[in-house]
Design a protein around this ligand. Sequence first.
Ligand code: FAD
Length: 362
Amino acid sequence: MSDVYAHPTADARPNGDPLARYTTLRLGGPAGRLVTAASADEIVHKVQEAQQRDEPVLILAGGSNVVIGDQGFPGTVVLVRSRGLRVVAEDAETVTVRVEAGEPWDDLVAATVANGWSGVECLSGIPGSAGATPIQNVGAYGQEVAETIVGVQVYDRTDGTVGRIDAADCGFAYRSSIFKYSDRWVVLSVDFRLARSPLSGPVRYAELARSLGVEVGDRVPLADARATVLRLRAGKGMVLDAADPDTWSVGSFFTNPVLDREAYQLLRERAADIAEPPSWPCPGDLVKVSAAWLIDKAGFTKGHPGPEGTAISTKHTLALTNRAGGTSTAALVALAREIRDGVHARFGVTLHPEPVLINCTI
Ligand SMILES: Cc1cc2nc3c(=O)[nH]c(=O)nc-3n(C[C@H](O)[C@H](O)[C@H](O)COP(=O)(O)OP(=O)(O)OC[C@H]3O[C@@H](n4cnc5c(N)ncnc54)[C@H](O)[C@@H]3O)c2cc1C
């Protein structure tokens, strides 16, 4: 089993330990108090304990989608380290797996592929925990977890109860859900319903289909889908690699903007001297455009340097990296701000950060 967590537990460490040790950006100041929870009961208990002490609480798992300020977090940080998965329902066609929040996501994907369970294979190689996947409806290469999650077991911090939220009530949308930017719920475990099939779902992502040598809409053996996604991701610095500073990031720093027709028309006019901006229709007469294209065409190309050794990844325009290792969150945020403002000045489009910003802002 892999260990996606740089430092699996905290209890042996002194308080004041920088949270940089627990984030893939390797950034973040100290926590007031840092505790580890190794089961759902422990997660509830440690959150309740902090609430009784009237301390703010930060739930932190793989630390791969957070930007934590240099001042750190002045409260209790609960490191989610619960593990395990079990089948809770099955029939001839499907299997429903309940996965503890702290289970490393890619271990789960590997297990589903090995078992012939189809539905998350294109999400191979994404860092972090299973419990964090509903938070921003994790997605990549034409799949997102909203397609397979059937329910989420949660601790509700407002009324102190443990309950279940069905997928239909999770408010899943592009890189979003009711959980993102809300402190109310702590995810304890997630139920995924997967198809019993040796084949992937229909391949929807053109680049993936090309690499697999199939047409969009075809199905391929699960192991082939997984291996190809891992290879494509590694080539873009999107699989964590301690030896590769291009992966010292939060993955994509900005979401793809979703524009109304008027904003899209303005973008097309401003881009007329370059090319037609890549776009995808969205429900509600909206249009999604590529943040990577906007950033690149605004002059922020791969490798573009920011302050204190920060830089855009040399492999992916959307990843901002702390490649020097010893820099500050303020420097990374300054780079993000420069990019956001530059894109706005050139194209009139505002980029929004994908990660959760804690005690910092762009
Ligand atoms: C190299 C790289 C590539 C990436 N590629 C992708 C990608 O392709 N697609 C994609 O969608 N994302 C991607 N990400 C972002 C990230 O991996 C995912 O969002 C992941 O699900 C975050 O999991 P985590 O355990 O690290 O969450 P953390 O960073 O620990 O937490 C993220 C947020 O979720 C909250 N949270 C975490 N666990 C819980 C819980 N149990 N209950 C309540 N709240 C919780 C935290 O409080 C925080 O607000 C990438 C990141 C990196 C570094």
